[in-house]
Design a protein around this ligand. Structure first.
Ligand code: MN
Length: 337
């Protein structure tokens, strides 16, 4: 993978560009992709943004979101293939391995265009990319796009649309500027975005205060009835059966952030949530301090991510998956106690 700086001269002439992100995009994946989209369009490129799957409705307010194509939408797939076939460049944002693009991964691998990685997840598969930057010390891919704009000399292209997208991404990945990753440079970046005219309160409202009643009822239900606390391992687990998802009419994004609630219990070092989706059992892990959920997710549930936040999955039944989690707790007892 060549350094990201080498892409700047390539961008001096108009190109056909695709920007994609990880499946089920979060504010950082969508925000960084749309910020780059707004930049590249201003630079005269022809740009298509593709999400491998649908996304939470709380991202729809983002400027440019209405132009994003969904690979799982059959009506848009032809257009996506056509763009991919003609593309010169493919930017992969906020994911570290092409497999994280789900069913869009195979067409990406088959495509002959130059691939560029901009990402902050651990253990990236850099061999899959022609250019790029992977920096696990960064709070978010949105922060990296902000740096990309500066380092590329595109500072004059910054506007409030870009600022809103970047702010949402950094806010999402830093737990609203709470995690250790909310560095001095992150706060300086936000100050700069504010100076450009960014209004940050509507961004918080659009993302965090934009759910339907059923989502809050669901939250109450799972915290009351589906949470187990293992004080001997300083761990809390929420397991959500499919019947709950149907009963509360849960949609993409409704379970986002749920995993953070058990971490508010005094002394809890790891929180985990397992959701019984149609195709697999989907895990999210969060930790505080010294417990490495990236390694935990990799070792037991074919996942990964960051030191204190990771995901994973299992093709076994919910019951077997939960059993395996409890066995894993025993094996990790010394680090959790
Ligand atoms: Mn991210």
């Amino acid at each position: 993978m060549n350094p990201i700086e080498e892409i700047f001269p390539v961008l001096a002439a108009p190109k056909k560009v695709i920007i994609t992100m990880h499946q089920k995009p979060d504010p950082d994946a969508m925000g960084s992709s749309l910020a780059l989209y707004h930049l590249l369009v201003q630079l005269g490129h022809s740009v298509t943004v593709v999400s491998p799957t649908n996304w939470p409705a709380f991202l729809n307010w983002m400027p440019g979101c209405e132009d994003v194509l969904d690979y799982e939408n059959n009506r848009q797939r032809e257009k996506i293939y056509e763009s991919l076939m003609n593309a010169d460049l493919l930017f992969c944002l906020d994911f570290n391995a092409i497999s994280r693009a789900k069913h869009f991964a195979a067409p990406i691998k088959a495509s002959s265009c130059k691939k560029i990685l901009i990402d902050h997840h651990q253990q990236p598969e850099t061999a899959s990319f022609d250019y790029g930057i992977s920096d696990t010390s960064k709070s978010s891919t949105s922060e990296m796009i902000y740096n990309f704009i500066w380092n590329g000399g595109y500072r004059d292209k910054m506007n409030t649309s870009i600022a809103e997208c970047l702010y949402a991404g950094v806010m999402g990945d830093t737990g609203s500027f709470r995690y250790a990753s909310a560095s001095e440079s992150v706060h300086r970046m936000i100050a700069d975005l504010k100076a450009l005219g960014l209004k940050h309160t509507p961004v918080h409202d659009n993302i965090y205060d934009n759910f339907l009643e059923n989502r809050l009822r669901f939250l109450g239900h799972v915290l009351l009835n589906r949470m187990q606390v293992f004080y001997e391992y300083n761990t809390a687990l929420i397991s959500v059966p499919k019947t709950d998802l149907l009963k509360f009419e849960i949609r993409t994004g409704d379970t986002e952030g749920l995993v953070n609630f058990p971490l508010t219990i005094q002394g809890i070092k790891m929180a985990a949530i397992c959701i019984d989706r149609d195709e697999e059992r989907k895990w999210s892990f969060r930790s505080k301090g010294e417990f490495d959920v990236n390694t935990f997710a990799r070792n037991y549930f074919e996942g990964g991510g960051h030191y204190n936040a990771a995901g994973g999955h299992s093709s076994e039944s919910l019951e077997k998956t939960i059993h395996r989690f409890k066995e894993a707790l025993k094996e990790n007892a010394s680090q959790l106690q």
